[in-house]
Structure formats: structure tokens, C-alpha cells
Design a protein around this ligand. Sequence first.
Ligand SMILES: NC(=O)c1ccc[n+]([C@@H]2O[C@H](COP(=O)([O-])OP(=O)(O)OC[C@H]3O[C@@H](n4cnc5c(N)ncnc54)[C@H](O)[C@@H]3O)[C@@H](O)[C@H]2O)c1
Length: 438
Amino acid sequence: MKIAVIGAGYVGLVQGTCLAESGNDVVCVDKLASRVEMLKEGKVPIYEPGLAELIHRNMRDDRLEFTTDLGAGIADAEIVFIAVGTPQGDDGAADLSGVWQVGQEVARNLQSPKIIVIKSTVPVGTNAELARRMAQETKVAFDVASNPEFLKEGAALDDFTKPDRVVVGVRKPETAEKLHELYSPFLRTDRPFLVMTPESAEMTKYVANCLLAAKISFINEMANLCEAYGADVNDVRRGIGHDQRIGFHFLFPGVGYGGSCFPKDIRAVMAMARARGVPSRLMDAVDAVNESQKGVLFHKINQHFGGNLEGKTIAVWGLAFKPRTDDIREAPALVLVDSLLAAGARIRVHDPEANDNVRAIYGNCLVYCDRPYGALEQADALAVVTEWSEFRNPDFEVMRRLLSEPVIFDGRNVYDPARMAALGFVYHGIGRARVSAS
Ligand SMILES: NC(=O)c1ccc[n+]([C@@H]2O[C@H](COP(=O)([O-])OP(=O)(O)OC[C@H]3O[C@@H](n4cnc5c(N)ncnc54)[C@H](O)[C@@H]3O)[C@@H](O)[C@H]2O)c1
């Protein structure tokens, strides 16, 4: 099939590349000329494991192209996916200006009938409104469908090629059939292809993210309670997780959720509720718990140093909002960095992939280290903020030698408190009783 994908970001690049990999001819369109130039030269502007190799292979085999020219990009396409950003607007609601702009441009360039599919996460009613707006711009036949994306950054290729489910929201059965044909290579092992109305599909994406975010805020609140009463949230997790009604997924305490989806999607749902006068007490609380949780590590560090961080050097391991991505949008690490800077601390950071993105914001305010141990040199403490695998089993002897004080603030409960104490560290986790060096 001939496919166009508008928006070559985390979602659009994965979508376009995986569809090319399954034999389709794909054109990815982005308005950012610098991004398109990079891609044409075979450089991939984001880090997603395995993506660069797939892009190179499909470019070489002429199934994947990049352009800034939307008209040319969609000319031959049967299906046009819209995968532009829908960031949080000033009032908390999703800012749909990118979607409206692309819809208008697509309509004005429509030469033959096409299916327009919204991949971006959009409030309920957006598909219907896009169809209405496009109909004012063109007499050529088109259909608008919803196909929300559920991929996780860091595991996006696997999520796309082996989806838990594919959800499509359509008004016409033939549109569902066409999308089923397109996705069939990824559905071979009886993976569900769920057809519903666009409204239900739009809502499904938000409800999924709301529940996942709620689980994180829930366990974070319980972790803080564990800590106050000397219980260990890790033991509690084990105690509840074996209950099949509860399970283990998404119940890891930490420094709060970040990224380009949960924070803005939860606020978009709160805005949707406000707009219809429906209470959103639970989501209000999920958001509030998360905001305060992002400050927990700073609070612990500040307390440890008696409320005076002036001139202290703190090493930070992990800047990306989660491992296996370079995405720092709404990353809890940045909240910690801001608080530490405001308190007069010096900061040495290391992230396997996100250093450059952070440098683009903080410039010379931080010291960027290529290696994790480099960040520890003359540091008074280490804060672990993102649980990259390489932080899980480091050389603790080397770490103790390099740190001026053997203190670790573990924002992801990566290490075992008893082991850390035995190794001579002062260890502060999340939701665990404090253990001092023996
Ligand atoms: N990142 C994720 O993990 C993820 C997962 C599921 C759903 N989503 C949703 O998918 C959408 C895209 O997210 P993302 O993370 O890929 O965003 P992104 O910011 O990485 O990429 C968006 C791209 O769209 C381009 N763009 C914006 N306006 C354009 C226009 N008018 N014409 C052409 N290109 C344009 C931008 O230049 C950018 O390259 C959002 O709605 C997001 O909520 C994201």
C-alpha cells in the first residue's frame, strides 16, 4: 500500500518505518526542514533502540522517503496518518493546532480519495471535527478514522510490530477493512484488532494512560506512607503483586512519571471533564501526587545536607524520563536539576543517550559526563533518577572511592538497602526505611 505519515517524531518515525518494513511504500512528511535533511542523510534525530537500522534498510530498498512537501508526500497515498504533537495548551487541554493545520493542508492538496487516520492522542470529538473542517476545504472524497498509538518509547518497535491490540475508530466498515489489511502482518498471532466508533477509540487511549498514571501515583503515595511507618514498599509490592487481581505491572515507586504522554494526557482528560462539568477528582489527585513526587528526591538530598546545598556537588545518573530513550520531555530529572541549581549545588550529570538534549537547555550550568563514573568524581552524593540497565550493577568499590561522601539517593529503588549498607553507603530509597552505613 502507499502510505503517508505526517509528523516524523517518536510516533511517526516508528509508524512509517514499521509500515515500510512490512512492504508498504511510505513517505514521512515533517515541517521541520532540519529534521528532514538529517533523515535524508540517514541520521536519525531521536534515539529509539533498533530504529536507525530499520530506517537505513528501508531507505536503501526505496520503501521509505522523507520530505517537507506535504502535497507531494500525500499525492499517491491511499492512507495518510497524522502523527503530529498534541502538547498541553495553556488551559491544560490538548493543543490541536498541529492537527487542524495538517488537516487543512491535506484537504487542500487532495487529488484523489484517501483515508485520513489520526494517530496523535486527541480529545474525544477531534475526528468528527477534523472531518467537518476538511469537508469545507475539498470536494474530493475522504474518510477520517482514529487509530490511537499505544507504543512505549524505549520498546517502540516491539510494541508496534507485536501490539497487545490495535484499536481503530471508524464510521465506515470499508475503512476498518483497509486498516485491517494494513495491520495484518502485525496481527498474525491472533492479536486483537478492535473496531469501534472514533469517539470510543479516542477515549480508549486516554483511559489507558489515566489508569497507568493512576497506578504510578497510587504506589508512590503508598511508598511515602511505608517510609513514614518503617515498612518497605518493595516487600509490600511483592505482598500485593501475587494477587492476580492486582499484579506487578506499573506498580514501581519512584520519582514520578514524566514524558510526552502521561502528564499532558492526564491534564487533557481533566480539561475534557471540566468542559462537560464532569468531576475528575481521581485524575486531579493523580496529577497532584505526581507533581509532589517529583520533588521527593530533592527533599531527601536537602534534608541529608541539613538544608544547605550551597557548594555541594551532586552527581545525577539518568536524565531521560525513562530508560532506552533520549526523550527528556517533563522528565523528573529536570525538576531535580532545577531545585538543586536553585539551592546553589553543583551538578555532574550522566545519561547514556540524553546528555545532548539536556545540554541544549542547561548549557554550561551542568557538567556533562560521558561515563557514569566520571559524574561521581568529587561528588558529595549520587542521585539515581532513571533506571538505565547499566546503573543496576555498577562497581560499588569504584563508586565509593570516587564519591567524597558515600551517599546514594536512589529514585528508582534500583539497589538493595541492606547490601548498600554492607558496602558502606548511606542509602536513601523511595518508600524504604533508611539504612545507614555499617
Ligand atoms: N511519544 C510517545 O511515546 C507517544 C505514544 C503514543 C502516542 N503519542 C502521541 O502521538 C503524537 C506524536 O507524539 P510524538 O512523541 O511522536 O511527538 P514528536 O514531538 O516527537 O513529533 C511530532 C512531529 O510532528 C512534526 N510536526 C508538527 N506539526 C507539523 C505539521 N504541521 N506538519 C508536519 N509536521 C509537523 C514535528 O516537527 C515533529 O517532528 C502525540 O499526540 C502524542 O501524544 C506519543
